[in-house]
Write a protein that binds this ligand. Sequence first.
Ligand code: CDP
Ligand code: MG
Length: 246
Amino acid sequence: MTEPKLEQTLVLIKPDALKNSLTGYVLSQYSEFHTGLRFAGAKIVNVTRMLAEEHYVEHRDKPFFFALSDYIRGKVHYPDAPDKRRVIALVYHGLDAIRKVRDIAGPTNPHKARDTRPGCIRALGTVVPVMDESGKIIADRLDNLIHASATPAEAEREIKLWFRPVDIPPLMRIYPAVLCQEHFYFKDDRLFTEHEVGSTLLMAPGEIVWQSDLEVVQAIAKGAPAAYTLQAVAAKYLINALPEND
Ligand code: CDP
Ligand code: MG
């Protein structure tokens, strides 16, 4: 048996769970008493298109992608109440955190979850057909109440996408964070190193940032290849910044 590793994992309490008042249930399923895991981060997030598309980037070409984006953004469950569109983003910290959290979540498809793992969180979800413009069913949207990172690489990418280092207590950070010495701004999907009218500040001198994010923006500023996209850095700096109207 391999030694259990100290890990962090991202959990999102999705809009269907919030609408059905399942937050307390999810939190109690993942309580330290039951799992041995501790909270490392928590925030309420109105999910922008950019964040949704970055979070689910691996599913970009799937037939359910746009339905999934609308779902995580709360547009499906709160079509007439944009102010209620939010998810609760959590980082859990502890030994074997990724497997423990996925296990309690259960299978991705709520029908399968009910059949094979009755009692798991996703057994309480629903399956909704996705149709094309002609009304033909092209996929299923799986409203499965929570997201949970699947692998250590996914957990690192996702935690850095949703959280800044300062959202996590310093002694609980497991990914390298460094002091930024430059300015970086974002506007119209582009990076600037000086302020542009209408741009958003991403990083400023004196700020603690993820080392990998800093390396990405430094590379992009030089026109060099970067390990990931500017959008993957920018999305978290735009969390709860401005409302979207689509
Ligand atoms: O969330 P998990 O890692 O278990 O599954 P995934 O395959 O990475 O898919 C991500 C999310 O896309 C799921 O949790 C579902 O909400 C959604 N999905 C969907 O709506 N329809 C599908 N046919 C497959 C996934
Ligand atoms: Mg997944």
